[in-house]
Write a protein that binds this ligand. Structure first.
Ligand code: HEC
Ligand code: HEC
Length: 297
């Protein structure tokens, strides 16, 4: 039997046995916030965080007028089907106009829909699970401050066995594989780790995955293959020749130390995410990725 199929069948059996326990909603708590803020400070912070989170790369509208907005519709091709990034403008019928703070925390950090169902991990909620609650709520403030756009987006096109509820099992497998990242002594490196691992979700592309698509954190940033695209490693070994300054310039311009510009999907990451970070945050990310050099002195 095909390996993927047998894994899926055993997952189905396991999910049947353990049943409802998997479906329980995670507890989210947020310090006394009942409503999404409409303060200009929260909105401004949220706008920056959405840039650092690279949300527009997937959620951009697909027409000329909506291309710079979060109207959604982009098709994301994966080994498991085609997923479409939804409309995340505050339109009531086709967007997320009726969302409250809890909905944002459940979606971004736990991959759960407002009705308790599951998102597919084409939405990088595993990486985003490390985002601080306050930062999620500030992004919510920003998204809710935007002009609502009416834009319907397609349902995912997945094989018939790939029920949303199967993601309950996927999430548990991912939990078992979840890394316990060390805290660094250096505040700048810690900030860089937060930007790279959580908000910037660099590992979603650069960390290899197992047969059911769960990231293999033991080989964090060791490079991957998505479809027929090769994603280069960005671990210590791969960055042997890169100085912190090289990495900084790369994040700003996409220019590699040997004088070549990066291509593919990485262009999008540079253009809409890393080039728009503050200098301090780019320095932080560069310090994190080249920290093995800092230690060597
Ligand atoms: C790699 C692509 C990708 C990125 C980056 C991404 N998303 Fe998404 N997002 C998706 C996909 C795909 C879905 C729908 C998944 C599904 O159909 O189960 C989704 C769903 C959502 C939803 C649920 C919307 C609804 O109508 O149920 C919200 C809210 C959301 N994303 C917000 C964000 C925010 C905020 C960011 C940035 C911090 C972000 N996303 C970054 C791909 C992405
Ligand atoms: C959507 C997938 C995706 C995401 C997210 C992503 N990358 Fe990449 N990255 C790529 C691809 C694809 C390439 C190879 C591009 C090419 O062929 O030139 C690449 C190349 C690179 C390279 C060049 C490696 C080399 O040796 O040439 C670096 C450095 C890099 N990425 C860093 C990052 C960082 C830092 C982040 C997080 C802020 C990130 N990437 C997020 C897809 C991604």
């Amino acid at each position: 039997m095909n390996k993927k199929l047998s894994i899926v069948i055993s997952l189905l059996a396991v999910s049947g046995l353990i049943g409802l326990w998997f479906l329980a909603l995670p507890k989210v708590s947020f310090s006394g916030l009942e409503a999404i803020s409409n303060s200009s400070e929260a909105i401004e912070r949220g706008e920056y965080l959405a840039v650092a989170g690279g949300c527009i790369s997937c959620h951009r509208g697909q027409t000329e007028e909506t291309n710079e907005t979060y109207a959604g519709g982009l098709a994301i091709e994966t080994d498991f089907g085609t997923f479409y990034a939804p409309n995340i403008t505050p339109d009531i019928t086709t967007g997320i106009g009726d969302w409250g703070p809890k909905d944002f925390l459940l979606a971004l950090k736990h991959g759960r829909t407002p009705s308790g169902s599951f998102y597919y991990p084409a939405f990088p909620y595993r990486a985003y699970s490390g985002i601080k609650d306050q930062d999620v709520l500030d992004m919510a403030a920003y998204l809710m401050s935007l002009e609502p756009i009416y834009s319907e987006t397609p349902d995912p096109d997945v094989p018939p066995w790939l029920y949303r509820s199967l993601m309950a099992v996927w999430n548990k497998v991912a939990d078992f594989n979840a890394p316990s990242f060390e805290e660094f002594d250096d505040g700048l490196v810690n900030r860089g780790a937060y930007l790279a691992r959580s908000l910037g979700h660099c590992g979603e592309c650069h960390t290899p995955r197992n047969a059911i698509g769960v990231p293999d954190y033991a080989r964090e940033f060791a490079g991957a293959e998505i479809g027929d695209e090769i994603i280069e490693p960005i671990n210590a070994e791969a960055l042997e020749e890169w100085t912190t300054n090289n990495f900084d310039i790369f994040l700003l311009l996409g220019l590699k130390p040997e004088g070549e510009f990066v291509g593919g999907d990485m262009n999008e990451v540079i253009e809409h995410n890393t080039s728009k970070l503050t200098e301090n945050d780019r320095d932080a990310m560069a310090a994190f990725f080249t920290r093995h050099k800092l230690q060597d002195g």
